[in-house]
Design a protein around this ligand. Structure first.
Ligand SMILES: [Zn+2]
Length: 299
């Protein structure tokens, strides 16, 4: 089911990546047992990472987004690829702070000061690494700054997760990229639209509750309805972003082998090992026999 639209405006001034990521964020929240604040922080991050994954050209290209701060959430990691598969985790999924004065989830308080790092694996010898200091810890503003400073790509980023009693009522993300030959009139119209736009989490909730069959089209319409035809976006492509973890028993075996013969021998001696995937919380257990076999392979 497509939940993502890639569009360009009729004057060729800007490109839009828009996703209604409610289902994907709910899956992350359920797997990690997130508090509302953690859900917003993780949900915004995996939504942005997912959209960035769709910007990658190669079939096997992937990227990792790491947000590291001195706040109680500590670290958020998200991984996405060009096929629209996304996974992520937050160090402390139970982190909960009082709402801000304006009644919003206090994501910046949970993250604190720190860095945003993007690592792109494009199948080259070395990965591309871009890093910025966090601007606000609200995540959308931090990504805006990342695109400008690290990729020299003027962009506008909006990310939002609306929570109610552990349920994601709406989650969405939008990245608008200014194209090289953008017209001033188009950008002015776009800026005006963004200025008066409701928060994207509220629009996402409206789209979810609209009863529309094509919810992403509904969200797209809600956001861009006010723009004059000349600067309105038209859809180029529809895609799907979805939660997917690619961990496997075989990968865990390789991880065990990679810790080295000495440590592996000690674990084999104990006769039991349990490894849990940080992304999807799946546990893999190994008994003595299996550990001895891995030890053989390590030798
Ligand atoms: Zn996993």
């Amino acid at each position: 089911m497509n939940n993502t639209i890639i569009a360009v405006d009729n004057s060729g001034s800007y490109r839009v990546y828009l996703t209604l990521s409610t289902g994907m964020v709910q899956e992350a929240v359920d797997i990690h047992g997130c508090s509302h604040t953690a859900a917003a922080a993780l949900g915004r991050t995996i939504t942005a990472a997912g959209l960035m994954g769709l910007m990658l050209k190669g079939e096997d290209d992937k990227l990792t987004v790491q947000i590291k701060g001195d706040g109680p959430a500590k670290e958020i990691l998200a991984s996405a690829n060009s096929r629209g598969e996304v996974k992520g985790y937050i160090s402390d999924p139970s982190v909960e702070l009082p709402l801000t004065e304006s009644g919003k989830l206090n994501v910046s308080g949970a993250i604190g000061n720190g860095t945003l790092t993007v690592i792109k694996d494009l199948g080259l010898k070395e990965p591309y690494v871009g890093r910025i200091d966090l601007v606000s810890g609200e995540i959308a503003e931090d990504f805006t700054q990342y695109f400008m400073a690290s990729e020299q790509q003027p962009s506008s980023v909006a990310l939002g997760v609306r929570m109610n009693s552990g349920k994601v009522e709406g989650a969405a993300g939008m990245i608008i990229q200014v194209l090289p030959d953008a017209s001033d009139e188009a950008l002015t119209a776009l800026e005006d639209m963004l200025f008066y736009m409701d928060s994207i989490s509220l629009l996402a909730q409206d789209a979810e509750q609209s009863g529309a069959e094509d919810k992403i089209a509904d969200l797209f319409g809600r956001i861009f309805k006010g723009l004059p035809e000349a600067f309105a976006p038209h859809i180029l492509e529809e895609r799907e972003l979805r939660w997917h973890c690619d961990c496997s028993r075989e990968r865990m075996e390789r991880a065990l082998i990679s810790i080295g013969k000495k440590d592996l021998a000690e674990i084999a001696e104990e006769g039991h090992a349990e490894l849990t995937c940080s992304f999807c919380r799946t546990s893999y257990t190994f008994d003595k026999e299996e550990l001895m076999r891995l030890l053989e392979e390590a030798r």
